[in-house]
Design a protein around this ligand. Sequence first.
Ligand code: SF4
Ligand code: MG
Length: 330
Amino acid sequence: ATEGAPPALELDDLVMHFGPVRAVDGVSLTIRPGQVTALVGESGSGKSTVGRCVVRLLEPTSGSVRLTGTDVTSLSRARLRPHRRAVSIVFQDPAGSLDPRMLVGEVVGEPLRLLGGRLGRAERERRVAEGLERVGLRPEVARRYPHELSGGQRQRVSIARALMSEPSLLVADEPTSALDVSVQASVLNLLADLQRDIGFACLFITHDLAAVEYLADDIAVMYLGQLVEQGSRAELFAQPKHPYTQALLAAAPVADPVRQRARTRVLLGDDLPSALDPPPGCRFHTRCPVAVERCSTEVPALRHAGGGTVACHLVADDGTGPDVRVGGTV
Ligand code: SF4
Ligand code: MG
């Protein structure tokens, strides 16, 4: 049914600089209707900034954002209004994103205003109760304040609110990483179930590749403001081509997040360099275990290789290349 329909999201050469900080530096990405793309990278890679540009919390420095075929990049506030309902965002920290003075019912019901037309009180309450039920919360929760709920319940409220306007695209920015480990899986499963049932497209932003295994159709890996690899989930898990993706994936089977970070650090060494002064050539060369001389001077282009796209000098057109995971470092 989605054949020929315009993509839910199209980013074309998106750039977002904050003064000298090159947070996002030329990202192009397409999400088809009903598809989930995971945007993966360490904190500081610029992935949250991409998400904020998509929902127009930030106005990009250059490049364009198209939602279901409409370029919303330079629309005025008034002309943007009909497109606002097309996209919603769920933030990492529900405590910070829910107004503490509003009852849960008001929080969840607020986006209904975007739908136009005046709903009667009873109809509004019915829709709010429906919205809460969808995320596994009882209707009574509508009469409570966000601070009276657990972190997991608050994130369910954020999700209910985000879906109220029936968006064709949901941006989920690290939706479980501020939650107790014990409830992370249930919130992730809820998102996956809702996505399958309702069929909205999703830009799922996360630092954790393992978390996307059951959710994402496609994966885009970001490093210091740029995409370094893109492909279907199946391809990327079976044969990660970029050394950075390989390093992130080397940690993926480890369920314990502390051990996982330690393993990633063994491969990647130091923290992410600053986006204020990104390394020349391949931005990853200062941490890449297989870097060669030209890596520090020549910028590798993002190009098609073995079913996906990748930006690395050492990956051949058929997708073969080095694998840092078998180099003895892991
Ligand atoms: Fe490593 Fe060079 Fe490939 Fe960059 S281009 S990922 S530094 S091998
Ligand atoms: Mg972030």
